[in-house]
Ligand binder design. Structure first.
Ligand code: UT7
Length: 332
C-alpha cells in the first residue's frame, strides 16, 4: 500500500494595503532607491497600519481565503500551526487567536518560532500529523508583522522587511503527491548575529530596554548574508542529489525572499534558470515567515499536478532547510 503523504491542497495569502516604497524610505532614513534595489532587489513592502492589529489579522485573511478555495467549513480543520516571529502576544499562541477569529472551533493549535525558516519547519511538523493518519486537515500559517519590531531609524534593517503572510492546507494523499523529503537544520551559535535583544526572559522589557531600542531586529547583515548564501544553497543541492532531482525535472524553486543575491546563489547552485524561481521580493520585501506561502499563493495558478518543487529557507537562529514537494493539484 502506498504510504500516506501530506499534500498541500489549497493556498491562501494576504498582504496589507499600505505600500511603503523605497522613495518613501529615502525620506525617513539615509538611503537611496538605487542602493536598496541593487543590494536587495526590493522596491516596496507592505505595512499593516491600524490600532490593535497584529499578525493574526493578516493570517485570518489568508486562512479564510484558503477555506473558501477548498470549499470547506472552518469547523473541519483539526489543527492550525502558526509560524511567526512577531506573535500577537508573548502568550497565548497566535495560532489560538487565528483559530478563534477564523472560527476553527474544532482545531487545536500552537506556534513555531524558527525565524525565517519557521514556515518550512511548521510545514514539516504539520505533515507528521497527516502522515501518521491521526489528522485529516491541518493548516500551516507563516505570517509576520515585521514593522512591529523594526527601528525606522536603522537603515540597515528597516529597508529589508515587510508585513504579510500565507496559509496552506495539508491533507492526506496516497498517490505519491505531497511532501517527499526535507533537510532541516539549526545552529544556535548563530543567534548572536540576528536577534531581538530584549523582551524575553533573559532581558525583560524595562524603560531602559525601550530607550536603548532593544526591542527591534538586530542584524549583522554581512555575516548573515555569508551564512545564508552557503547554507541555503547547500541544503537545496543536498535535497536534489538524494531525490534524483535535476535542473530539468525541477519545475520551481520557492526560495525565502531575504535578498535577491542570496536567491540567485541558490538557484545558480541548483542550475535553475530565472524562470523557474518564484520571486516577489521586489513588491513585498522580506516578510520572514510569510515569504514561502506568499510565493506559493502568487504562483499557484502556474503550478501543475506532479510538478517537482523545492522550497528553501535561511533565517535567524541560525535555522535553514529545504523541502521537496510533488505538487498535488492543478488549480483549474
Ligand atoms: O531573512 C533572514 C536572514 N537575513 C538575511 O538573509 C539578510 C542577509 N544580509 C543581507 O541581505 C545584506 O547583508 C544587507 C542587505 C542587509 C546589507 O547589504 P550588504 O551589501 O551586506 O551591505 P553592508 O552591510 O556590507 O553595508 C555596505 C555599506 C555600508 O557603508 P560603508 O561602511 O561601506 O560606508 C553600510 O553602512 O552600505 C551601507 N548601508 C546602506 N547604505 C544605504 C547599509 N544599509 C544601507 C542603506 N542605504 N539602507
Amino acid at each position: 500500500m502506498q504510504k500516506i503523504q501530506a499534500a498541500i491542497t489549497a493556498v491562501g495569502g494576504y498582504v496589507p494595503d499600505y505600500i511603503l516604497t523605497n522613495s518613501e524610505l529615502e525620506k525617513i532614513v539615509d538611503t537611496t532607491d538605487e542602493w536598496i534595489t541593487t543590494r536587495t532587489g526590493i522596491k516596496e513592502r507592505r505595512i499593516l497600519k491600524g490600532e490593535g492589529l497584529g499578525s493574526s489579522d493578516i493570517a485570518v485573511e489568508a486562512v479564510k481565503e484558503l477555506l473558501k478555495k477548498r470549499k470547506i467549513g472552518a469547523e473541519e480543520i483539526d489543527l492550525l500551526i502558526c509560524a511567526t516571529t512577531t506573535p500577537d502576544l508573548q502568550f497565548p499562541a497566535t495560532a489560538n487567536i487565528i483559530s478563534d477569529k477564523a472560527g476553527l472551533a474544532n482545531a487545536f493549535g500552537f506556534d513555531i518560532n524558527a525565524a525565517c525558516s519557521g514556515f518550512l519547519f511548521a510545514l514539516n511538523t504539520g505533515a507528521q500529523f497527516i502522515e501518521t493518519g491521526k489528522y485529516k486537515k491541518v493548516i500551516v500559517v507563516g505570517v509576520d508583522k515585521m514593522s512591529s519590531i523594526l527601528n525606522y531609524e536603522d537603515r540597515a534593517t528597516c529597508i529589508i522587511f515587510g508585513d504579510g503572510g500565507g496559509a496552506v492546507l495539508l491533507e492526506p494523499n496516497s498517490e505519491g503527491y505531497g511532501i517527499v523529503d526535507s533537510v532541516l537544520k539549526s545552529d544556535g551559535s548563530g543567534r548572536v548575529h540576528l536577534h531581538q535583544k530584549a523582551g524575553g526572559s533573559v532581558k525583560p522589557a524595562t524603560v531602559e530596554t525601550v530607550m536603548n531600542k532593544e526591542h527591534f531586529v538586530y542584524q549583522e547583515g554581512q555575516t548573515v548574508f555569508k551564512f545564508a548564501v552557503k547554507n541555503m544553497a547547500d541544503v537545496a543541492a543536498q535535497i536534489m542529489e538524494r531525490n534524483d532531482l535535476t535542473a530539468e525535472n525541477v519545475a520551481w524553486l520557492v526560495p525565502h525572499q531575504a535578498n535577491k543575491r542570496i536567491i540567485a546563489a541558490t538557484s545558480d547552485r541548483m542550475g535553475l534558470p530565472e524562470e523557474k524561481v518564484m520571486l516577489n521580493i521586489e513588491r513585498y520585501g522580506n516578510t520572514t515567515n510569510g515569504t514561502l506561502p506568499l510565493c506559493l499563493w502568487e504562483y499557484e495558478k502556474q503550478l501543475k499536478k506532479g510538478d517537482n518543487i523545492v522550497l528553501a529557507a535561511f533565517g535567524g537562529g541560525f535555522t535553514w532547510g529545504a523541502t521537496y514537494i510533488k505538487w498535488a493539484y492543478d488549480t483549474n
